[in-house]
Design a protein around this ligand. Sequence first.
Ligand SMILES: *Cc1c(COP(=O)(O)O)cnc(C)c1O
Length: 545
Amino acid sequence: MNKDINVAYFSAEVGINESIKTYSGGLGILAGDTIKAMADLEVPFCAMTLLYKYGFFKQEINDEDRQQELNDPWDYESILEDTGLETSLTIRNTKIIVKIWKYEYTGETGHKVPIYFLDTHHKENPDWAKELTEHLYVGDRIAQELLLGVGGYRALEVLGHTDLGTYHMNEGHSAFLTLEMYKDLGEKTGVWENQQVIDKCVFTTHTPIPAGHDKFEYSDFYNAIEGEDNLAPWHLKELAGEDKLNMTKLALSLTRYTNAVSRKHAQVSREMFPGRDIDYITNGIHTTTWTCSYMKALYDNYILGWREDSTKLRDVFKIPNSEIFKAHNQAKEDLINHVNSVNITGAKLDSKVLTIGFARRFIQYKDAEMIFSNLDDLKRVGKKVQFIFAGKAHKHDGLGKEIMKRIIDRAKDLKDDISIAFIENYNIAVAKKLISGCDLWLNTPIPPNEASGTSGMKGAVNGCSHFSRLDGWAIESYEMNGGGFPISEYADFIATLEYKIIPMFNSENKTSWIEQMKSSIGNSGSYFNTHRMAKEYLEKAYKLK
Ligand SMILES: *Cc1c(COP(=O)(O)O)cnc(C)c1O
């Protein structure tokens, strides 16, 4: 047992690799990429999450172009280690036994970071309690969040990770841990004070829209904690909000440090929670996870130490253009072959054509249909560009599902005019192929909804430039000449594509295009990575530097 752990990181989802299916998208993958960077930097760090036996879901598109959600089971019994340890909590007067599983992630220099998965599939638990760790973001949310926050804090005690320096809540889902800590420290010290909790907790908020913050009715909360003693402090409403229990407010009230995930997101968050001190640490991605094998080979050749320290990607400018272009085209060739074998729209892609990727959750604010604003425009550029779409819509997001269906329908209708592919079941494995093989990564969120965005960063380290509306990380990237092309409205999109991007991509010697790729790698890639990000957390949030 590692008694030296100093930081515990709580996250409702964690995406470490394609076999561990406890993630849905950006938040989980960011958590995984954070864990990996902490391991690379040899930080005494552990992570706490829930074991969702059936993952998020496996997406299939049916004959009517509609999303079907299937269970996505994974082999956790062989992938994880059973610690043999258990903890418990009481929910609605029923004692729930919680098993603790472990996965150790090993960093570049051999340092290990444990990730603990809480599991309620215990024979003595009632069926409703077992279901708490079956599906991500579906079902009994308040009980799942009690399990993560309260159960997670208790699990750390059982594991011997007690009295840590920092408990880091990655998004508000785990904020109940503050209540358990308030109670635990109160019982241990006889002093019941906010400050004891504040001194130990830090919080990262990820949601710029008020509706995105978890809120519970107080009646549901009190009902859920029936049988737990002293979990609700007398002044709970002061901490978490008068009319509803707002998990973000609760976290904000009991943390010594709070951050948003981009500069713009911090501005929006400060307006949403006036009077709170909200810093920002812009997100990043774990470079060796997201760099394709061809680019890795190139960086290994030219950039000493880039695997342990992604900021070294600044040295990309000394790599010959021809080699960058060749490595990218190998990844592109692989992608186009793959897409042509799995595409569901009937379009056939050509590896010589400018390829634009769009993949993320289908939800209204990401505006996935922007490219279809004027079909005449699209048909005019149709032979010079091709698109690849992928992404899931949340099970209960009817509008997101409609958007997805309309895109697939359009792609089929337009297939003689322009090639638009759709790949099912966007996940880590699909993302890796897509992000490294596309020439351009399209991102069209309607500001200020995108807290940061990370898929464009994954593109950057592969020389896939971003083509984005200015929100989240993209604002910072453009300011530092991080490659790519800004969009403020549809007219910009089509004009930039037609008069700037297509001619640049198709020019005889490709020099300015490859310069763009190098700016993406050397300026964006060297900065928007979790090595830089983790160092900021160590310094500003954990006070370990
Ligand atoms: C990176 C990633 C995301 C998040 O992408 P955004 O650009 O932040 O929306 C979602 N899903 C998968 C599978 C990813 O790899």
